[in-house]
Ligand binder design. Structure first.
Ligand SMILES: [Zn+2]
Length: 401
């Protein structure tokens, strides 16, 4: 058992506690108390004074693609997302398999920047054994694409077999998910939806303006790309609506949906996600890199939708530090309270991934996956400080007792 004293404790489920204590027992949080209370624990419990730090729950990166880590810095920023994606497809074809070393380095980097839990999208199983042996927990989303596939059920059955052949791991859930409205046929969406059960369903939607055009009338850059790849299907009728309504018609808009990006979603579609209890996962630095546009961060929060945060892959972001996403969100949305941004980086992501009973807040019985962030002298508003950008050298993990 260990008791920590810290300049601030941020339970997330309650206001920051100045000069608080958190007691940990065998990997679980036993108690959180204020500095005013005399800790009731027996005197023999070791108390470690962490000094001028803020203790908070390990962060949640709700959307990344660890297997693409080898692409770091290889695809320059673009002002057109389909043009950027085309470069990614071309680059990916140069490799017969996703190399392990950059994945292992990315996992280590996520960890040193304070990440406890991830939603990792995978088209291959290259990251699986590395994640299994890592201190991270989370949801692995095995992602399928197929716009002109004639055997959607078979595609899903094959993916299921591949997942079933993996070694089970208590810290990980594994689910089959669809990529995006411009890369997955309606029948494949339905087949995946049927197979997902009650697991979270991560889907890239509303990322670029080109996607909105494509759904409206089957024209634009995504159509050209499908034609060029030989993946277009004449059977597909454009639905003539926005991406959320399209997914709703396919039965996929519900509390399990993680709508990733939403950069181009109008308010009414955001409110529709909110009404269904879905989660919007924003990856603002990736949107800037790929040319998808500037996400309406204030609009996300004012719509009432649950907002979680992802870095996306190292192909479209400079690092896997979620504090970097928070700092960019703060620039884009100066009026959103810092408390809301911190909830997005913790409990909102944990809830969307189905891990909110274990992660996301500092409350008794939850996992003691806690970080301490060094706070410079003179800081009064610790929440605001934390959304201003924190470098890994100011972050340490606490021993779990
Ligand atoms: Zn993604």
């Amino acid at each position: 058992m260990i008791r920590y004293r810290a300049g601030w404790i941020l339970p997330i489920s309650a206001a920051p506690i100045r000069g608080g204590f958190v007691t940990i027992d065998r990997g679980r949080i036993l108690r959180v108390s204020t500095g005013d209370e005399r800790p009731s624990a027996p005197a023999e419990i070791e108390t470690i004074d962490l000094g001028h730090v803020a203790v908070l729950p390990g962060l949640v990166n709700a959307h990344t693609h660890l297997e693409l880590s080898w692409m770091r810095g290889k695809i320059p920023p673009s002002d057109s997302m389909p043009a950027w994606a085309q470069q990614l497809i071309a680059l990916r074809r140069e490799q017969s398999r996703e190399p392990s070393a950059p994945i292992a380095a990315a996992i280590a980097e996520a960890r040193t920047s304070g990440t406890a839990l991830v939603g990792d999208v995978a088209n291959t199983l290259a990251a699986d054994h590395l994640l299994r042996d890592s201190p991270l927990a989370g949801a692995m989303f095995y992602e399928l694409l197929g716009f002109n596939t004639t055997e959607p059920e078979q595609l899903v059955a094959n993916a299921r077999d591949a997942l079933d052949a993996l070694q089970p791991q208590a810290e990980w859930t594994r689910t089959i998910v669809p990529h995006a409205p411009y890369s997955v046929s309606p029948d494949l969406f339905r087949a995946i939806g049927k197979a997902a059960g009650d697991r979270p369903m991560s889907i890239h939607i509303g990322e670029s303006r080109d996607e909105i055009t494509f759904l409206r009338n089957a024209t634009g850059s995504w159509r050209h790309l499908l034609d060029r790849l030989g993946a277009w299907s004449d059977r597909w009728e454009p639905p003539g609506c926005g991406p959320v309504e399209y997914l709703d018609r396919l039965g996929l808009v519900n509390e399990r949906l993680m709508a990733v990006h939403g950069t181009q979603l109008p308010d009414e579609e955001l409110r529709r996600l909110a009404g269904a209890g879905a989660t919007l996962v924003t990856c603002p630095r990736s949107n800037r890199w790929t040319g998808a546009g500037t996400p309406p961060i204030e609009g996300f929060y004012s719509s009432g939708v649950r907002v979680a945060i992802g870095t996306d892959s190292l192909a479209s972001v400079e690092d896997l530090n979620l504090f970097g996403e928070l700092a960019y969100m703060r620039d884009l949305a100066p009026h959103v309270p810092a408390k809301r941004l911190l909830e997005s980086a913790t409990i909102a992501g944990a809830t969307a991934l189905g891990f909110d009973k274990e992660f996301g807040t500092i409350e008794p019985e939850k996992r003691a996956a806690l970080i301490a962030v060094r706070i410079p002298p003179g800081v009064e508003d610790v929440e605001e400080y934390l959304v201003g950008g924190v470098e890994p050298d100011a972050i340490r993990w606490l021993d779990t007792g």
